[in-house]
Each structure stands twice: as C-alpha cells, then as structure tokens.
Design a protein around this ligand. Sequence first.
Ligand SMILES: [Zn+2]
Length: 61
Amino acid sequence: MSEFKKKFCPNCGSSNIKWTIPQLWSIWECFNCGYRGSVVIENDELAQKIKKDYKAKQKEV
Ligand SMILES: [Zn+2]
C-alpha cells in the first residue's frame, strides 16, 4: 500500500504537477495550465470536478 497521495492542480484538476523549486518547498507547478502555487488538491473527486469546470471554461474562450 502506498502512502503517497496523488496530487492535483487546483486550477485545472490535472495531476501533471510537479514540486519545482527545492528552495521553496511549498511551491508546485502545473504543466497543463501553468499554475504555480502552494495549494494542491489531494481529493480525487474534487479534482475531477475542477477538471470538468476547467474544460467547460476552455470551450467558452
Ligand atoms: Zn493546472
């Protein structure tokens, strides 16, 4: 059993995020939308919802 929780971008719901700056341990970067910040989502259900909303937003543009 893995203790490592999957993390998601709070902006677009992508799991394609990476902890980028070793000096600033709390900063994450999303490769999908370019989000950068300390907030990440660990809730799968919530991530799916964000992903849906983000896709809907993309269509509007
Ligand atoms: Zn993102």
